[in-house]
Design a protein. Structure first.
Length: 377
């Protein structure tokens, strides 16, 4: 196959491209605008491959998108290009509306025109795979809720697979049928793009696939995100800012596991279907920070505990309390399951940052110095 990957210089996109080039015989066209979070260094190990091509293009530029489609004739599109940081969306939502909604619309229309002109098996087998987030679902009941008198946890709707942890009386999880209730400008813009993709399938017949993933972590993650931010601050002896009580719960998915899942969906997924992708690793943010501190103490020991650097800061406006993905559908139907536990994945991640501090410095220069974002409410 020849795959067009939008946002391929970003964190997840670059992991997808590395996986394709290193583990398949497929070709990849990487279409990326190269914003602050896009970095071609993340693709250095595969950039010399004859099966890899880079196009610096903004998905909002219809003429350029049309040119790329006509020139490269992809068999499938994996759409990952997006503004993705919640805190940045609080400070400046306009870019998120432009890229995530207008950009997705532009790409859909260009793809629809391209797909209509295809013939035979090329048209029959074409796929548009839209990659989204679990944040579109809003948040879920938190374990602390059950400690409050009078709180009754909802039972899962009849017929919905909730996994072993979604039974009546237990904490529910996100399924592919969970209604959307986004909380931030970021998640609202991603929810909007999801709706557009489904509408282009229902109205125009465009053969689409959708995936919604939990929090990714791993190598090449831009330092504004929780895990790389904590690692780099700790190494420099700077405060480790934790929002509120740090009791917000996220499901953590190792990025290379996610890349494997995405490649399986684009090739084996059923047109029109949504697949939730999770890591089976629910952790409180404070647990994640403690784990990072303890691994750093082991790998880069210092006299004073890294945990002493932890400080609490005012919580993010509209902060979702808990996310949890039921990934039973993709496991049952496509045979995917994460290979990394949180313990193995987080250790690999810390070691990667220790070994690649020069990369971290270069991607931050002139763009971001680990300052607090999203404090406005």
């Amino acid at each position: 196959m020849k795959l067009l990957v939008t946002g391929g210089a970003g964190f997840i996109g670059s992991a997808v491209i590395r996986h394709i080039i290193n583990n398949t015989n497929d070709e990849v066209v990487n279409l990326d605008k190269l914003t602050y979070a896009g970095n071609l260094e993340s693709l250095a190990e595969v950039s010399d491959s004859e099966r890899y091509t880079f196009e610096q293009v903004d998905i909002c530029n219809r003429a350029e998108v049309d040119r790329v489609l006509a020139q490269h004739q992809p068999d499938a599109i994996m759409h990952l290009a997006a503004e993705s940081h919640v805190d940045r969306s609080i400070d400046g939502p306009a870019e998120f509306i432009e890229t995530n909604i207008v950009g997705t619309y532009t790409l859909l229309e260009a793809t629809r025109q391209y797909w209509h002109a295809l013939e035979g098996n090329k048209k029959t087998n074409f796929r548009f795979h839209h990659i989204s987030t679990d944040e579109v679902y809003g948040d879920l009941p938190h374990p602390s809720d059950v400690q409050e008198e009078g709180v009754k946890l909802p039972s899962p709707p009849a017929g919905e697979g909730q996994g072993e942890r979604g039974k009546a009386g237990e904490l529910p999880m996100f399924t592919e049928q969970t209604p959307y209730a986004p909380s931030s400008p970021y998640s609202a813009s991603k929810a909007s793009s999801d709706h557009l993709v489904r509408a282009w399938h229902r109205t125009y017949g465009l053969p689409v696939l959708l995936t919604n993933c939990s929090n990714n972590y791993g190598p090449y993650h831009f330092p504004e995100k929780l895990i790389p931010l904590m690692i780099l601050n700790a190494l420099e002896g700077k405060p480790l800012p934790v929002y509120g009580k740090g009791d917000q719960i996220r499901d953590w998915l190792y990025v290379e596991d996610h890349a494997r899942a995405l490649c399986k969906v684009v090739k084996e997924g059923q047109v029109g279907e949504t697949y939730n992708i999770g890591g089976h690793n629910e952790k409180q943010n404070i647990e994640v920070v403690h784990t990072l501190c303890d691994i750093l103490q082991e790998l880069r020991p210092q006299e004073k505990s890294y945990r002493d650097l932890i400080t609490t800061v005012t919580d993010r406006p509209g902060h979702d309390r808990r996310y949890a993905i039921d990934a039973s559908k993709i496991e049952k139907e496509l045979g995917w399951a994460p290979e990394e536990t949180f313990e193995t994945g987080i250790r690999k991640t810390v070691q990667w940052y220790l070994d690649n501090l020069d990369w971290c410095q270069r991607v931050q220069d002139g763009t971001y110095q680990r300052e607090r974002l999203g404090a406005a409410g």
